[in-house]
Design a protein around this ligand. Sequence first.
Ligand code: FAQ
Length: 348
Amino acid sequence: MPARTPDRTDGRTPAPGAATAPDPAPAQDPARAAAEEHFEATLAREQRIEPRDWMPDGYRRTLVRQIAQHAHSEIIGMQPEGAWITRAPSLRRKAVLLAKVQDEAGHGLYLYSAAETLGADRQDLTERLVDGRQKYSSIFNYPTLSFADVGVIGWLVDGAAICNQVPLCRSSYGPYARAMVRVCKEESFHQRQGYELLMTMMRGTQAQREMVQDAVDRWWWPSLMMFGPPDADSPNTAQSMAWRIKRHTNDELRQRFVDMTVPQAEKLGVTLPDPELRWNEERGHHDFGTPDWDELKRVISGGGPCNAERVERRRAAHEDGAWVREAAAAHAAKQAERSRRAGKEQAA
Ligand code: FAQ
């Protein structure tokens, strides 16, 4: 029988960032000591922590932070490609792109739901995004200058997302891990559509090939930065690995992405813009150059080329959607009232 949260009946916690009373010391509270032991044993057995299980406050906070940032990334990530829906060059490309962008919205919704199982409030998370208190992936702060960018986002950005997220299917928190399974299946489809689009362009005119190369040159380094700062400068990795939230470090996944992508670039016929990129026989991996970490810091802290535009658009969309949320809430209240009345009539 799994240990349940001993001090809360509904397994929920105050909004992230709210003050929490310190938990009693385990030695003084046998129920708490048993819950902690159960938590550690569950991790050691590679089993999942579920919403009603006891978990350390830090574990909960870390998950809310990562899942919220991830959800925000999916939602903000709709914008760079979404900008091309009206300009896609054929009905087929338009339909494919529309479906892809809708998938990203779905991913955001699964992830916000996963954050809600930890006690986070969706409205609060959105407010934290639009007022800059929570982050989203740096990659979505770069502009999409040509239709080739749509293909390169599918190939490189979704490719990096897959490398990062497939191990998260084994993350220790059940709702997050389960959400990742479906997300990864869809991301893998997105990656193929991007690669297919680029392959088509590479078989086209010289101008199209140049568009693809230009897009690769602009997106390569930002894609490597998606994996986060180098391990030595990553404040969260050690603890997140110990809690089995993350299963690999940022540098391990970055290396995996480079090794996976180099042969695909060769097949496509594009050059990756890194003079230091070469196979290292001894390591059995590709060596590659150092991303501009100052650029990553700048983009994360709001100074990227599109940060202001992305957040402003998200804020406006949220405000424009207020009437939909109000209508849905009014409808739900009406339904609830109807079932309450029907229940009363049945009981009478
Ligand atoms: N951008 O200590 P670490 C997608 C932050 S989804 C912005 O290494 P951690 C789908 C980090 O959060 C893409 N912020 O942190 C798609 C932390 O913040 P704090 C999103 C970044 O969490 C495709 C601080 O810096 N994917 O692409 C970035 O252990 C196409 C220190 O860093 C996920 O969110 C960054 N690149 O590792 C959609 C995956 N890197 O504590 C549309 C889940 C780091 O100061 C189109 N997340 N930070 O608030 C993760 O795996 C991890 O959170 C990492 C960062 C690996 C991103």
